[in-house]
Design a protein around this ligand. Sequence first.
Ligand SMILES: Cc1ncc(C[n+]2csc(CCOP(=O)(O)OP(=O)(O)O)c2C)c(N)n1
Ligand SMILES: [Mg+2]
Length: 415
Amino acid sequence: MKRYAAYDPPEYVNWTPDPEVMRTYRRTLRRHRERRAIIEQLSVETLLGLYEGMLRHRLHEIALKRWVRQGVITKAWLGTGEEAVTIGCVHALNRQPFEDGLPHDIVAPLIRNAGACHEMGMPVSAIFKTYLGTADSPMRGRDLHLGDVNKGVIPPISHMGDMVPFCAGIALSFKYRQQPRVVLTWTGDGSTKTGAFHEGMSLAAALRVPLIVVIQNNQVALGTPVEYHHKGDFAVWPKAYGVEGAVMDGNNVLDVYAAARWAADRARQGHGPILLIAETFRMGGHATHDEADARRLFPPEVFEYWGKRDPIGTYETYLIKSGIDLAQANDGLKGKKLEERNAAVLEAIEERVIAEIDAACEEALQSRKERMPRPDDLLEGVYCEEPSVSFPSSTVTAGASATGDGFSATEAKRK
Ligand SMILES: Cc1ncc(C[n+]2csc(CCOP(=O)(O)OP(=O)(O)O)c2C)c(N)n1
Ligand SMILES: [Mg+2]
């Protein structure tokens, strides 16, 4: 893939495959019998879909970073280097419509998993519009926590850990209705330290509901490296909760896909919740504002180590050399060597994704000009019986007067 000196982590800028890393990459794919069988059966379409999904994730975030530099937005929360954990999991789910019109399986992404939105079928422009706060964004300009229930994406609750009990509830509803569906959520290493995570996992385990929780250990929580907030090995946690689980290489999208596929099949068959552990690394800051601080949290060798394991660079190298004919019936590539044909197929995908992201940026900027929320929109879509009270700006900002806390007069009386 093209690299972007102004936006990529320095380790990615002149990225070339490291032979030892690639040997390990291929060895990982043969490590588990069940996962190996899943990977060997993947169609070319799925293999390319994983590549395209990771590119879309990386490139939409580079576009956000560009907006930060240009002053269009003030900051962005990115998943650079962690794309495989999101894309591998989403692609392993059943995204076909269920009889109620929603996707079969449901996801609840966090800030590092924005790629789940577009891979579940939300347009990339929805992400950009949400950052710009436009009225035609899924959150109607009110919240940066993005999702679209109609596409099977539950928007995150800001409080870390809370999505686990929330998703346990969704999984319980699937179980009660005897629907063959699963719900998957991710949680950071830091978020595993909340009471909500523990309560949700314990409840899901006791009720044997079809929930998959992925601990996305990116080695850091805000500005705290994992060894300062965590002792012991996440690998033993499934046993501690009495659920099935597995550790996966969070930078190897095929390993993630296969582990998540295994987990989804097990959960669907009634084996109860599954706890997956992904080892990966945050190549940037908590958000764009603290990237320089984040580089000081770890020695340069740590960035170098993970930089060589760029999930997109390694997968691209693997695909090109896999011996699989990615071009299939593409006559235009006939006569070229297999590796050249494969590289050409991937380049064509990249060009298409770049064009898609550019168009989505344009569309969102247009919305910012023409479709920002109107002030009189404020009381639409909220719990409010008599949306007739108008708030002088002083009471809204003070927020503490009898009726100035965002509720109607009736609501205030009831309180
Ligand atoms: C209950 C709670 N405490 C603190 C915060 C502030 N906060 C937001 S993200 C974050 C770090 C989370 O780290 P981790 O779970 O490892 O996820 P990562 O950001 O590394 O993906 C914190 C402390 C919060 N949102 N909710
Ligand atoms: Mg973390």
